[in-house]
Design a protein around this ligand. Sequence first.
Ligand SMILES: C[S@@+](CC[C@H](N)C(=O)[O-])C[C@H]1O[C@@H](n2cnc3c(N)ncnc32)[C@H](O)[C@@H]1O
Length: 322
Amino acid sequence: MIAGDEGVIRTNDDATNCKRYAIEVGYWKDPFIECFHSGFNKFERKTPEINRGYFARVFSINYLIMKFIRFMNKQRQSFQIVNLGSGFDTLYWKLKAIEKIDGIKSFVDVDMPEVTMKKLHQMRMRPQMLSHLGDDIKYSSMELHSNEYHLVAADLRSTKEMRKKLFTECQLDKSLPTLFLAECVLIYMTVDESNSLLSWISSSFDECIFINYEQVNIFDRFGEIMIENLRQRNCELLDLESCKNLEAQCSRFQNNGWENCNAWDMNTIYKQGIPRHEIERIEKIEFLDEENLLEQLLKHYCLVVAIHGFKNASEIVEEISF
Ligand SMILES: C[S@@+](CC[C@H](N)C(=O)[O-])C[C@H]1O[C@@H](n2cnc3c(N)ncnc32)[C@H](O)[C@@H]1O
């Protein structure tokens, strides 16, 4: 761990708390998030704009992931998923138990040891989590390997460590299509560190797709306040340049070996990408006094889809989109 990492690690508690509250009041369903509740204040209230923002984040990331999976299924192609800075995310369980998807060859959750240790501890206490992992499970104090699912402790800033974890320990196959997900993660690394991670991935996997959710349009008053709030909690946002606007978000991928890239701000996705009936449903849950608070918030987050190496790239770009 290096100076400042504690603050970054704590952002996982914030994300989990916000997701739990939104689930509690009915924005979406996730029976597994409960498994990671220990130590969190169960009823820590969040404002309606935060809840709607989290709903848009979770809905749209799931939507893109499911598009990728259906595309692979249609071609009868197995695939791998790597969740970078996964925190207490329950994606694997949602895909297996709720979506009942086929075709996953390997699924890897990666985070700092302090986070994976807690995640593993919670999982080991809950048979309903382990029951989805099959019988052949190997544990260490901070890692788990099963047939399909792997939880590994690694620092994303070290490509050497990533290579060892993904290829030697999880035995990922470089020739299989692989989806990488980073949800509010890259911004905590310096420009050089995130560039080197992105370039290592594109040079190590033959066909890969990256879904990145994070801040955008950061250089305005709202962005300044966001940066300052996090700084006061000992959490420095480091890769600000890539979060300047949607073009900068795509350039960082294109400069690191990803040939195709699309990016949308969350305001656009909220208004045009999420089905109307879903928006109408969630907008009935809580009254939102000031619409512009939500618009401001959504304008400062984005989703990026970058693609490398696929022969049918244009088909994939069109498919995995809003
Ligand atoms: C804001 S949380 C998001 C967690 C999860 N992706 C989600 O959205 O629910 C950021 C996560 O990234 C992890 N992270 C940040 N930098 C990392 C690094 N260099 N190596 C491994 N994990 C890192 C943190 O420990 C934390 O769990």
